[in-house]
Design a protein around this ligand. Structure first.
Ligand SMILES: Nc1ncnc2c1ncn2[C@@H]1O[C@H](COP(=O)(O)OP(=O)(O)O)[C@@H](O)[C@H]1O
Ligand SMILES: [Mg+2]
Length: 332
């Protein structure tokens, strides 16, 4: 890769109570691009994001990594003050349920203004003026009235817009959006994704778009990483993931994602569920659910291997390839 990534994660491991929740997680995010992180619920997507932001409670979680570097700075080595600066000005995060992240007893305009006063040292008047512009920017109609309303007076979609306004108030270089549209109905979902997409090109901001829904990343991501039971099992460009998936889990996700006019009754789902961290099988962790399972798959949990430029998968028998005993990849 010729361009240095904005965010680079290697060997991220999070343990809780002696059990590994995520292992060997790696991610590379390029400036201004959208990277989709996809997997069923319980795969470890949120834990990974929280670990990158260093938001996991040290009393409950142990976090280790070879590196988590952001613009060449090692986030693991920053002190809490340095990390607070990164979270306030350089990496922002939005969540599935904005109601829990917003203060219920403070008007939404105040909450945006507060961010601006703290991080950009704006005066009270300047911050309010800017908050109004921000509400316009995230396309909240009648912003000059909405600015004095409380979160419960807004719809779910409007609340998510407020969260986005707070998240981009300081023009971060990276926005981590964890299931940002999961709680919203389909029409609103599309509007929020459009909004994020437009803001991204205006701000040249990278987005880590976390979702259980491959359909969400299809239109918006440049790269996609697929996570299963605590590991990245495939990563590639969006075209590679959608047009030439290698891992049977990715194939399964694609099959269970309905095209717009699909008959839902014919939808194939992957049998079974994601195993709890302490119940992961030895060998390939997808083995018990895999349609292409062979005896050899029980012997070791495969690591990510290269199959093409940008394209890696953790499977020893992906479609169209043979991986030999030396873990060399051959066409076959
Ligand atoms: N506070 C916690 N303590 C122990 N295990 C946890 C905790 N939070 C999440 N987990 C476990 O970690 C795994 C990954 O969870 P999570 O990152 O929330 O998945 P996702 O966001 O992909 O749905 C799950 O098996 C979950 O049960
Ligand atoms: Mg989650």
């Amino acid at each position: 890769m010729s361009v240095a990534p904005l965010l680079s994660v290697r060997g991220l491991e999070v343990r809780s109570g002696g059990v590994a929740l995520v292992e060997a997680v790696e991610l590379d995010l390029l400036k201004g691009q959208t990277h989709g992180l996809v997997g069923e619920s319980g795969s470890g997507k949120s834990i990974s994001a929280m670990a990158i932001m260093r938001l996991l409670d040290a009393a409950q979680f142990e976090v280790e990594a070879q590196h988590i570097s952001f613009e060449g700075r090692e986030l693991l080595r920053l002190d809490e003050g340095g990390m607070r600066h990164v979270r306030g000005a350089e990496i922002s995060m939005i969540f599935q349920e904005p109601m829990t992240a917003l203060n219920p007893v403070l008007p939404v305009g105040e909450q945006i203004a507060e961010t601006l006063r703290v991080h950009q040292r704006l005066s009270r008047t300047a911050a309010r003026k800017r908050a109004l512009e921000m509400l316009d920017w995230v396309r909240i109609p009648a912003a000059n009235r909405r600015i004095d309303e409380y979160p419960h007076q807004l719809s779910g979609g409007m609340r998510q817009r407020v969260m986005i306004a707070i998240a981009i108030a300081c023009q971060p270089k990276l926005l981590i959006a964890d299931e940002p549209t999961t709680a919203l109905d389909v029409t609103i979902q599309a509007q929020i994704l459009e909004l994020l997409h437009d803001l991204q090109s205006e701000l040249h901001m990278a987005i880590l778009l976390i979702t259980h829904d491959l359909g969400v990343v299809a239109g918006y991501a440049d790269h996609v990483s697929v996570m299963y039971a605590g590991r990245i099992v495939e990563t590639g460009t969006t075209e590679q993931i959608f047009d030439a998936p290698l891992h049977p889990y990715t194939e399964g996700l694609l099959r269970s994602h309905p095209p717009v006019d699909a008959d839902l009754a014919e939808l194939a789902t992957i049998p079974g569920t994601v195993p709890e961290p302490h119940l992961r099988p030895e060998g390939c962790r997808f083995g018990p659910r895999c349609a292409h399972f062979r005896e050899i798959c029980d012997q070791a949990d495969p690591r990510l291997m290269w199959f093409a430029d940008h394209h890696r998968a953790a499977c020893i028998r992906p479609r169209g390839y043979v991986v030999n005993d030396l873990l060399e990849v051959e066409h076959g």
